[in-house]
Design a protein around this ligand. Structure first.
Ligand code: SF4
Length: 185
């Protein structure tokens, strides 16, 4: 029986990530990513890469954003469109349960899009020109217990298809490494 895992795009391709990210955090995430992937590949897990909603809308030169900036109907529609073929794949693997076991979806906590348990939140908007208190605005960004917008849309779509109880969702998050490593015990 083949085990199937769906992962956020940058778990396999870190070139899709926002650049100039906090170095300490990205080093810890990279360390866990490599541990996770080595273990998953050695365990024979088949890995399916989800599309990156941010790269496919804003490209590689985008700013870092917060989840509430993406929480609008346009970004949600984009997520929905790129997730449609993924939902079809999930349904087909689930329908053939004598061949496959879908072990879940692995997102990236902290991301405004791909966080599953945690995402970033701040009241960010507007131009940088003539702005006062930029440091205060930037430092108001917090990690909150909620999903990023892409994962929230995926949850909605899984519910609509009545397969939400069959797909476990968790995430890569360096402070809680067991969340991803337990998937491939
Ligand atoms: S949007 Fe998701 S897949 Fe794209 S870089 Fe961010 S966490 Fe990775």
């Amino acid at each position: 029986m083949k085990k199937i895992l769906f992962v956020s795009h940058c778990i396999l391709n870190t070139a899709s990530k926002v650049v100039l990210y906090n170095k300490e955090e990205i080093d810890a995430e990279e360390d866990l990513r490599l541990r996770f992937l080595s273990k998953a590949i050695a365990s024979g897990i088949q890995i399916i890469q989800l599309p990156c909603p941010e790269f496919t809308l804003y490209g590689p030169r985008r700013w870092g954003h917060t989840s509430n900036q993406f929480d609008n109907v346009f970004f949600r529609n984009h997520c929905r469109n790129i997730l449609k073929p993924v939902i079809d794949q999930m349904k087909e693997y689930l329908r053939n349960e004598d061949f496959f076991e879908v072990i879940g979806v692995l997102g990236v906590d902290g991301s405004p899009s791909c966080g599953v348990d945690y995402t970033c939140f701040a009241d960010w908007y507007g131009s940088f020109d003539c702005r006062e208190g930029l440091e205060d605005t930037l430092s108001s960004c917090k990690l909150i217990k909620n999903s990023g917008v892409f994962m929230d849309v995926l949850k909605e779509m899984l519910k609509e298809e009545h397969i939400d109880d069959k797909i476990k969702m968790t995430s890569l998050y360096a402070p809680e490494p067991e969340k991803c490593l337990d998937l491939i015990k």
